[in-house]
Design a protein around this ligand. Structure first.
Ligand code: ADP
Ligand code: MG
Length: 140
């Protein structure tokens, strides 16, 4: 296994309920390290660009509205096998299908307001990290 980096977003449903620390604790307990982090309000254009892979999906407009509905916390997580490990800690997209102890099982409100985003593969992780962070902002 190699040390990897992945892009994580704590979504507006979670920042609104003041769950940032509890979610980060799950990442850290799983061996993931926060090596970059910022809280921000996404613009409509940023949210549309970030989720452009989903632009043909019926939920795209609603997803973008949700993602700009409040602040997010964007993070780079680092660790052994970080991309898959973070997806494990997050749980399934649909919280009703998420395993016990996962972020989405414990905190998600719905399949849309599901508390966290995590990159799904090395190439998307690299692209998503550079969407939000310069190399100077990532300190491992
Ligand atoms: P994941 O975040 O688990 O990688 P996807 O990449 O498939 O899931 O979808 C991106 C985001 O779009 C999801 O996290 C969720 O916020 C939203 N989403 C996915 N499927 C639906 C759906 N059927 N209805 C509403 N929103 C959805
Ligand atoms: Mg995805």
């Amino acid at each position: 296994m190699a040390v990897e980096r992945t892009l994580s977003i704590i979504k507006p449903d979670a920042t609104r309920r003041n769950l940032t620390g509890q979610i980060i604790a799950k990442f850290e307990t799983a061996g993931l390290r926060v090596v970059a982090q910022k809280r921000m309000q996404l613009s409509q254009a940023q949210a549309e660009a970030f989720y452009s892979v989903h632009k043909a999906r019926p939920f795209f407009g609603s997803l973008v509205s949700f993602m700009v509905s409040g602040p997010v916390v964007v993070q780079v997580l680092e660790g052994e096998n970080a991309i898959a490990k973070n997806r494990e800690v997050m749980g399934a997209t649909d919280p009703s299908k998420a395993a016990p102890g996962t972020v989405r099982k414990d905190f998600a409100e719905s399949i849309e307001a599901n508390s966290v985003h995590g990159s799904d593969a090395p190439e998307t992780a690299a692209n998503e990290i550079h969407f939000f962070f310069s190399d100077l902002e990532i300190v491992g």
